[in-house]
Design a protein around this ligand. Structure first.
Ligand SMILES: [Cu+2]
Length: 282
């Protein structure tokens, strides 16, 4: 039994070390333009929908700017000393109403389709509950059946270790298996927070007294970072989210570890997660 526990711990620690160092991590980069890489179906669709919208914007901008340049040039006071008195043109007025309507409807259809796609999955294989608090996240794994629950605090700047990212690394990670449909439930205990991971295309408000739902399916092992995305008070910027996606085998090992470490935790686990770790100096 003890040997089994130790093996589980060793595998888990290896996973953590790999996850924290060499393995792929999705976080903001200096001078980054655009999105972080997509690693969940929702984000893949957001990025492809965004590129359609982008080219529609480019086409419209070119069209409008060319018209303006033409008008400024062709109808200047010098080239057009006696302006025409035209004030109505039914054909043009119908066109500049109908064409934008067609464009808006054409954009709305894929937009709503995506909205419903990200809303929920009918085939969730597991559930994670994220609870926003001032100012950290509590996670529960209700499927594991043993009241698995833990808090994740940001690691303060002066406690950062090699490979940990300032303002994004947390002391405990949300560990998930790859290639698994994960239902995410989000709520809060005090004020409104929002659980967000750019690479997953997830951004869901956690509202006291309500449970919001979304889902994600991670396609690659690695560490994914996000932040609370609803202004929630003075340490809003200091309650990041760190997700470690691991193979299904490593996840099974982690579950064994979690059942030992986090099951119905009350007093003892608070010892290594003091509130003092929060960035607040006051
Ligand atoms: Cu918050």
């Amino acid at each position: 039994m003890l040997k089994k526990k130790l093996t589980a711990l060793a595998v888990f620690l290896t996973t953590i070390m790999i996850g924290g160092g060499v393995a792929m991590a999705q976080a903001p980069k200096e001078w980054q333009m655009g999105f972080q890489e997509a690693h969940s179906p929702t984000m893949e669709r957001i990025i492809s929908f965004n590129s359609i919208l982008f080219w529609i914007c480019v086409a419209m901008s070119i069209f409008v700017i060319s018209l303006m340049v033409y008008i400024i040039f062709r109808f200047s006071a010098k080239r057009n000393p006696t302006p025409s008195k035209t004030s109505h043109n039914s054909l043009i007025e119908v066109l500049w109403t109908v064409i934008p309507v067609i464009i808006l409807v054409a954009v709305a259809i894929p937009s709503f389709r995506l909205l419903y796609f990200m809303d929920r999955t009918s085939e969730a294989e597991m559930t994670i509950k994220a609870i926003g608090q001032q100012w950290f996240w509590t996670y529960e794994y209700p499927d594991l059946g043993e009241d698995i629950s833990f808090d994740a605090f940001m690691i303060a700047e002066d406690e950062l270790e090699e490979g940990q990212i300032r303002l994004l690394a947390t002391d405990e990670s949300v560990v998930v298996p790859i290639d698994t449909n994960i239902r995410l439930l989000v709520t809060a205990t005090d004020v409104i927070h929002a659980w967000a991971i750019p690479s997953f295309g997830v951004k869901v408000d956690g509202i006291p007294g309500r449970v919001n739902e979304t889902w994600f399916r991670v396609d690659a092992e690695g560490t994914y970072y996000g932040q609370c995305s609803e202004l929630c008070g003075k340490d809003h910027a200091f309650m990041p989210i760190q997700v470690k996606a691991v193979s299904k085998e490593a996840y099974a090992e982690w579950v064994a570890y979690a059942k030992e470490e986090y099951a119905s935790n009350d007093s003892d686990s608070d010892a290594d997660q003091p509130v003092a770790r929060l960035a607040s100096a006051d």
